[in-house]
Ligand binder design. Structure first.
Ligand SMILES: [Zn+2]
Length: 153
């Protein structure tokens, strides 16, 4: 008998989040690895946002509005286009917050633990995020994916 755990939400977005969440635990199962991956994620986020911000500011300075190449996300094209200055302001806020987070993270990353404690991290990680190829998990995933919203192919 399959024991289906209580899932708060089964929409595609949440399912994707659960998968990512578990993957990050599985692939980075120690304090050290979590520190490294989160630092890298934060820095890549900052780098990308910062560069886009530069591009937008360059564009607004040269007043060229005809060259707006953006990736079109299927089915998620926003109806209301914000003004470019609003976007710049939003991204500046994002960058400011990321900068604050970085300051906090540095403290988190000062912490080091012994290999014994890292072993406990690994053990708990294995319980929290078991191998997705585990047969029970595959069955559960199939159940979760049988929603009318998802296109069957
Ligand atoms: Zn959801």
């Amino acid at each position: 008998m399959i024991k289906v755990p209580e899932e708060p939400c089964q929409c595609p977005d949440c399912l994707r989040f659960y998968r990512e969440h578990d993957r990050l635990i599985r692939e980075f199962p120690t304090l050290r690895k979590q520190q490294e991956i989160n630092w890298a994620a934060l820095q890549s986020f900052r780098t990308l946002c910062g560069r886009v911000l530069e591009e937008l500011q360059k564009n607004i300075n040269s007043n060229s509005t005809n060259k707006s190449e953006e990736n079109s996300h299927i089915g998620s094209i926003e109806k209301k286009e914000k003004s470019i200055t609003q976007v710049i302001s939003d991204l500046e806020n994002v960058n400011a917050h990321l900068y604050s987070i970085e300051a906090l993270m540095e403290r988190v990353f000062d912490v080091k633990v012994s290999e014994e404690v890292e072993d406990i991290f690994r053990e708990v990680a294995g319980e929290l995020a078991p191998d997705p190829l585990n047969i029970d998990r595959l069955r559960l995933n199939r159940l979760l994916h049988q929603t009318p919203d998802l296109p069957e192919k």
